[in-house]
Ligand binder design. Structure first.
Ligand code: GLU
Length: 302
């Protein structure tokens, strides 16, 4: 059996919240329970919101949690040359076209909207006759084909990219490569074999699988873990300052935090402080709950 290679792919735009901690914990347990490795990659394509200071705090928080990584790859902000090589390959395959649609045009498109509020791009710019005088974004054409995979937690997931998503942007008008392209190239070049992340990214998987196929990368195994919600159903986010690791670390130890998360998620029958390494010896995907996880942070720090 080949060694599993998992990854942490944080966006260094602030202190981690519990949702981030939870998905990194599961990514780590999944790889380490089978003697695998973990890659750390800073996803800092959005240079306005991200910084090396945040990246440094993130590394320190991961160390505090006992979530070790085996190597760190180059941050995405320094990989545009690599991304442009893959972009050129798509162009050579005649799969790209420039898109001049404005934001408001896109919001008004007379096309079905998906349940997550995003639209299906109707292909407006596929056959343009008049070219506007401004820099275009670039879209990749998607074939009429159904993408299907078995997620480690969510089970079978199927999407027809043409009907459910449409041609999607791979490079923005300002020249920045988008997440879907960057993550596919990075995971592919690093030999990542399993992608464990929040279920909010489940619908990104088919786009990434399509690009993997075009670039000749093997598909990784996907595991999309539940989101953590506050008791009122609000999704935990970096805006909830009370829940970031900076606050939590003042009140509880790493084993207490990991024990609480593991218990709430179904990995432990009862709460007990436990290290990530100890938890790895009894980890299995079967134990993990699939539903959203409600967490009362106030109780955690009591
Ligand atoms: N960088 C993304 C985030 O922080 C995660 C991307 C991924 O895991 O594919 O939400």
């Amino acid at each position: 059996m080949t060694t599993p290679i998992g990854r942490f792919a944080p966006t260094p735009s602030g202190r981690m919240h519990l949702g981030n901690v939870f998905s990194f914990l599961i990514a780590w347990l999944s790889a380490k329970s089978r003697n695998g490795q973990i890659l750390l990659r800073m996803e800092d394509l959005d240079t306005q919101r991200t910084s090396e200071e945040y990246a440094q705090v993130l590394r320190e928080d991961l160390q505090w949690l006992g979530l070790t990584w085996d190597w760190e790859s180059q941050p995405q902000s320094r990989r545009s040359e690599a991304y442009s090589r893959y972009f050129d390959r798509l162009r050579d395959m005649d799969l790209l076209y420039p898109c001049y649609c404005t934001r408001s045009q896109l919001h008004n498109v007379n096309a079905p909207h998906r349940s997550d509020g995003t639209y299906v791009y109707p292909g407006t710019c596929r056959h343009l006759t008049q070219i506007p005088q401004r820099d275009p974004a670039w879209r990749v054409m998607v074939p009429e084909k159904t993408w299907s995979f078995t997620d480690l937690l969510q089970g079978q997931y199927t999407e027809d990219l043409a009907a459910d998503c449409g041609d999607f942007v791979v490079r923005r008008a300002d020249g920045v490569y988008v997440y879907q392209l960057a993550v596919t190239v990075d995971d592919g070049e690093s030999g990542v074999t399993e992608v464990v992340r929040g279920v909010d990214l489940l619908s990104s998987a088919p786009r990434q699988m399509y690009l993997q196929e075009l670039f000749g990368f093997a598909h990784p195994q996907y595991g999309h873990v539940p989101l953590l919600l506050a008791p009122d159903g609000r999704r935990l986010s970096k805006r909830d300052k009370d829940l970031d690791l900076g606050q939590l670390r003042q009140h509880i130890s790493a084993p207490q935090l990991i024990g609480s998360l593991a218990h709430t998620a179904g990995l432990l029958d009862r709460f007990e402080p436990i290290s990530a390494a100890e938890l790895a010896t009894e980890f299995s995907w079967e134990k993990l709950k699939k539903d959203d996880i409600y967490l009362n942070a106030a109780e955690l720090v009591r």
